[in-house]
Write a protein that binds this ligand. Structure first.
Ligand SMILES: [Zn+2]
Length: 190
């Protein structure tokens, strides 16, 4: 059932809508430095692991910057679609990592073909969840919100299982929003 999700355009549209909401929230605020209004200043990314049928707006990282000339301080909202500096979409990284745990070889092969991910990349992600993610300050704080504690060697699956909803899409979106703080923010400035 996991393998069907990244192939659905509706799932990606939902994530895009989440990103828009987050960007709108930030736009209603003011520049932290000078208090001026914030304007849209999106920038293109070239995410891998995306479906070909998705429109160009799916490659935009929503961002804002101060409207005042001479300040132009950038503010980039959290994004459920992009995971930090990684070139693959967050949903892709999570789903492939999850699939790796239970999928048959055949299904795994079909999925990696669909979104063009090779075996080495999948192994790298596994190492990332195990070593880099668990060492992040974000996780040091966030893991306390899971009771009983999640098994770190089973990330990200162990996290996804804790979001209660019958719909996999909803659970996935909840997880991606939960991971929002590590999606870049200020550090993502161009
Ligand atoms: Zn400013």
């Amino acid at each position: 059932m996991y393998s069907a999700l990244p192939a659905k355009a509706t799932f990606h549209d939902l994530l895009l809508a989440c990103d828009r909401d987050l960007a709108d929230q930030v736009r209603q605020g003011r520049c932290l430095i000078c208090g001026s209004a914030l304007h849209s200043s999106n920038y293109p990314r070239k995410p891998r692991g995306r479906l070909r049928k998705l429109g160009a707006e799916h490659d935009l990282r929503f961002s804002l910057c101060c409207a005042r000339h001479g300040c132009r301080k950038r503010k980039t909202p959290a994004s459920p679609r992009f995971l930090g500096q990684k070139v693959y979409l967050a949903a892709t990284i999570i789903l492939i990592s999850i699939l790796r745990e239970g999928a048959t070889q055949k299904r795994m092969r079909r999925l990696t073909q669909l979104i063009h991910v090779d075996r080495r990349t999948v192994d790298r992600w596994r190492t990332w969840w195990r070593d880099a993610f668990t060492a992040m300050p974000f996780w040091q704080v966030a893991r306390a919100s899971f009771m009983p504690p999640v098994a770190e060697h089973r990330l990200p699956t162990a996290m996804l299982e804790r979001f209660s909803s019958n719909s996999l899409t909803e659970r996935m979106v909840a997880l991606l929003r939960f991971l929002g703080p590590i999606s870049g923010g200020q550090a993502q400035a161009l």
